[in-house]
Design a protein. Structure first.
Length: 72
């Protein structure tokens, strides 16, 4: 059973993808497509870190649950 996410640690949200008509294709210094790729990479890193925090928070709870031993 999955553990619910920590309430004080919300899941990162992906960046909004620019529309097809937002890039002028003139080689701007701050191209919306390049900025989106940078934001997407930062989001993916933040999501991986968030997932690790969630797993670490759930780990102690799952480790404390033990199966009873059978007695001979």
């Amino acid at each position: 059973m999955p553990t619910p996410p920590l309430s004080h640690d919300p899941q990162p949200q992906p960046p909004s993808k620019p529309g097809n008509d937002e890039c002028c294709h003139s080689g701007c210094t701050f191209c919306v497509l390049e900025m989106y790729q940078e934001d997407l990479a930062a989001y993916e890193a933040a999501l991986r870190a968030w997932q690790q925090r969630q797993q670490a928070a759930a780990a102690p709870a799952t480790q404390s649950v033990r199966k009873p031993r059978k007695r001979a």
